[in-house]
Design a protein around this ligand. Sequence first.
Ligand SMILES: Cc1cc2nc3c(=O)[nH]c(=O)nc-3n(C[C@H](O)[C@H](O)[C@H](O)COP(=O)(O)OP(=O)(O)OC[C@H]3O[C@@H](n4cnc5c(N)ncnc54)[C@H](O)[C@@H]3O)c2cc1C
Length: 468
Amino acid sequence: MDDEVIGNLIEIVGEEYVSTRNDVLLAYSSTASMGVNSIRPGAVVRPANATEVAEILKLANKHAILVTPRSGGSSLQAEALPKEHGLVIDMLRLREIEIFEDLRTVRVGAGVTFGMLDKALGERGLWLPVYPESALSCTIAGNVAVNGAGPGSSAYGSIAEMVVGLEVVLPNGEVIQTGSEANPHAPGPFLRYAFGPDITGLFIGSLGSLGIITAVSVKTYKKMRHLYYQTYGFTKREDAQKFVGQLKHNDVKTLFMSLYEGRILQFFMDMLGQEYGIPEHEWPPYTISLIIGRVRQELLDSDVQTTQEICKSLDGHVIGISELPQGEWEDRMWSFARSCYAHGFWWRTLYHHQTPSNWHRSVEEIWAVMDQYGFLGHTAGFATGHTSVNMYPHLYWDPVDQEEEEKVVTAHRDLAQRIFKTGAVPFKLASYWVEGVEGMEDYLKLIRIIKETIDPNGIMNPGVLGGV
Ligand SMILES: Cc1cc2nc3c(=O)[nH]c(=O)nc-3n(C[C@H](O)[C@H](O)[C@H](O)COP(=O)(O)OP(=O)(O)OC[C@H]3O[C@@H](n4cnc5c(N)ncnc54)[C@H](O)[C@@H]3O)c2cc1C
């Protein structure tokens, strides 16, 4: 990168926080995303606050430098990969946490991870109930930028539902605040839907292509101490689906509700059965693993009773193996990720949301793609929010085999297109979701217009948001 630009960056953040060293650039040339080539940026800058971010973006605009915001680098679909000779803006130095107990919210800097926040809130008996598996490295801001979800989402929805306001530096260097905090006299974050349209939503899932989030305000809740773990078995798919719907409909507080199809559960057992201490079992065709959580024991008791009654009414049975949901919850499936890596697998995933009555379509499509391309894979799903089920199909391949790696990229795109046709929706608008898509032209045109209006020089992470 140009010496003059590097000099200007140093003026903004100080020498210690700008780097063009080869080893540093190498570290930033890849992320947790697998099956994509590394790209070496021209420089890395590590601002301390929104003012510095604003100055950096003004500079990048002036010199038409492509910018990639990066937080934990844990995203899986190459969205935090730098552009060649571009500038990576590492957000991890923004670590403030301000708790507003009376407003039941917290405002965090863009560098705060879920793990850091959980510790700070936990000391006051509070939590943010959506907690991704990657919580120790993934930031709240990064998760908002991808519109993620995780354990907790079965009751509380995706991270988007937790957001009350955002501080965002626009590509031209202007700093805006959304939600109730847009009023400089507001005592803190207390309402997202303030001052007209939902501008907050514009930046949720925007993949760092419309601006840089420097602070996020989210809801907090009293930490749940009363938890119940159970597995339920069903012979018929329709009954398993109805079970999920009826639990929701009857307001049973299922913090995490996973849906497993028999053959796939066996795959999970091979991966992590031992680590979670799950006893050998002849699993039924459909298993629902769930964690119910409540702040009071009597509410939990009532939920458990309702759950048993609904299960019985649908010809289901209580399996009685609590180790599976308990492992999923307490470990937040970190063991699962560890097991994948320990087995030497690399994986490409394709997070998407299905309806409960259609989740088997995702299962069918992944099996078809596995058969066609000869890959090992699986998918399960967990309920998210009002009705949707977040499916996370994985395709595994051997990273030392170049041919396999090329094939998995094709299989992944193929799977995205097949799944789109089942009526599913992605929660992030990665480019492979929109390739060849028909019937959404006007919507995608609007995305392009928004991008071009907010970022006329196209400097902000180009190409990641639906290809624009
Ligand atoms: C083992 C494992 C398990 C995972 N489990 C889950 C899970 O349960 N749920 C889930 O949702 N995800 C999961 N993920 C994916 C990943 O953790 C999420 O995508 C995460 O939200 C990314 O956050 P990050 O801080 O690492 O962001 P990064 O990877 O650094 O960035 C992600 C995207 O956001 C942009 N971005 C980053 N910071 C900002 C900012 N401050 N302002 C604007 N844009 C920004 C980047 O440019 C990029 O486009 C998992 C990943 C791994 C490796």
